[in-house]
Design a binder for this molecule. Structure first.
Ligand code: SAM
Length: 164
C-alpha cells in the first residue's frame, strides 16, 4: 500500500472511531479531552460532533490553524506527563466522557512508551461509560477494548470503554 493510501486510511479510521465514541457517549454530560492539538484538525472535528460538550486540549505547543486554537482556559499547555496530572487536579477524576489521544510522532517505539506512561492518568480521568479513542493502545485496569467500526483494520486505531 502506498504511503498516501495508508495516510488516508488512518484518517478514515480516526474519523470512524471518533464518530463511534461520540455516538456512544452522547447521553453523558462530562467534558471531552483532546491530547495532541497539532494543526487542530481533530479538535475542530470534535467541536462539530460532540454537541456542545466542553473540550479541553493538551499539547506542548500551539501550532494550529488560527481557526482551531482553543480558548486559553480550555488549553493545558506543556508536556502530557505533567498536564494530565494538572487536569486530574483541576477537572477531577472521572470528569471526561470522551478522550481522544493522538500523540504519535515518527518514532513508533517512543509513541508506544509515552502512551503506556500516560494510560493510568487517562483512565483515571474517565467516568464509567466514557470512551478513549487513540492512535496507540491505551491499556489500564477497567479499560475494555471495543469492537472497531466497520472498515477499520485492527491496529490502525484503538477504542476502549471504561467499565466499573
Ligand atoms: N490531532 C492533531 C490534528 O488532528 O491536527 C494532530 C496531533 S499530532 C499527531 C501530535 C501532537 O502531540 C503534536 O502537536 C505534538 O506537539 C504533541 N505531543 C507529542 N508528545 C507530546 C508530549 N509528551 N507532551 C505534549 N504534547 C505532545
Amino acid at each position: 500500500m502506498s504511503r498516501l493510501d495508508s495516510f488516508i486510511r488512518r484518517l478514515e479510521a480516526q474519523r470512524s472511531c471518533l464518530a463511534e465514541a461520540a455516538r456512544r457517549t452522547q447521553s453523558l454530560t462530562g467534558v471531552v479531552l483532546e491530547l495532541g492539538l497539532g494543526n487542530g484538525r481533530t479538535f475542530d472535528h470534535l467541536r462539530e460532533i460532540c454537541g456542545g460538550r466542553e473540550i479541553y486540549v493538551f499539547d506542548r505547543q500551539i501550532a494550529a490553524h488560527p481557526d482551531c486554537i482553543p480558548a486559553p482556559d480550555r488549553m493545558f499547555l506543556g508536556d502530557f506527563t505533567e498536564t494530565l496530572k494538572e487536569a486530574r487536579a483541576h477537572l477531577g477524576d472521572g470528569a471526561a466522557t470522551l478522550i481522544h489521544v493522538d500523540l504519535g510522532s515518527g518514532d513508533a517505539t517512543a509513541s508506544l512508551a509515552l502512551a503506556a506512561r500516560l494510560a493510568p492518568d487517562i483512565a483515571a480521568l474517565m467516568e464509567n461509560g466514557a470512551v478513549v479513542v487513540s492512535d496507540q493502545p491505551i491499556e489500564a485496569p477497567h479499560l475494555a477494548p471495543l469492537a472497531l467500526p466497520e472498515g477499520v483494520r485492527p491496529g490502525r486505531y484503538f477504542i476502549a470503554e471504561k467499565r466499573a
